[in-house]
Design a protein around this ligand. Structure first.
Ligand code: 5GP
Length: 187
């Protein structure tokens, strides 16, 4: 994509380029394949933010894995977490006795994932790990949440691109960028 395209003008700057993303995603896929050798994990995409990361990651993970999808509400159109988590679309398949890997776009306060982990543990997953594209550790409110796989630790800024949105926009940017505060004001 032409970086002078209209949507790039809404960014303060590019934080992670598509080349860096591709390299890290490949490394992560290899690591997961090593850690789960001989197993068939279920990789769960948390919609919609993780969709781009997920489709790249599963193709870099040479395992007989299966996929499933779940949608939970987090931000709406504002940029601050509400702490309220709702399941909008549940998994299609049972995870009882399965090795589960949750694939999430970004861990911020950790409230969303903490909630999700509890639900999936109750459903009897044999094991449960988290793979996140981005981690804003500085903002964590659930200190004991263990994020097993992370591609990039990022500073406390609101980012978009590579699946992450603001008001459903910017998901199609191939890079990850810091959204200019003039776009979201003080919502
Ligand atoms: P948490 O519950 O960890 O505070 O929030 C996690 C969710 O908030 C993510 O799955 C994502 O949807 C949203 N989120 C947190 N930080 C950002 C950000 O910088 N950009 C975007 N687009 N979404 C974010």
């Amino acid at each position: 994509m032409d970086q002078n395209a209209e949507i790039y003008q809404d960014l303060d700057r590019i934080l992670v380029t598509r080349e860096k993303i591709a390299k890290k995603v490949k490394e992560l896929g290899q690591k997961i394949a090593e850690d789960y050798a001989g197993k068939s994990p279920v990789m769960i995409c948390i919609l919609k933010g993780a969709c781009v990361f997920f489709t790249d990651l599963i193709r870099e993970t040479p395992l007989p894995l299966t996929t499933d999808f779940m949608a939970i509400s987090s931000y709406g159109s504002a940029t601050k977490t509400s702490g309220v988590v709702r399941i909008l679309k549940d998994l299609d398949n049972d995870i009882l006795g399965k090795d589960v890997i949750i694939v999430e776009d970004i861990v911020d306060t950790g409230i969303t994932l903490n909630y999700l982990m509890k639900i999936l543990i109750q459903r009897g997953a044999a094991s449960l790990r988290i793979a996140a594209l981005l981690d804003k550790t500085a903002r964590r409110k659930v200190p004991d949440l263990k994020v097993d796989y992370v591609c990039f630790d990022i500073p406390d800024a609101f980012v978009v691109g590579y699946g992450l949105d603001y008001d459903q926009k910017y998901r199609n940017l191939p890079d990850i960028g810091i959204l200019s505060p003039r776009i979201y004001g003080d919502k």
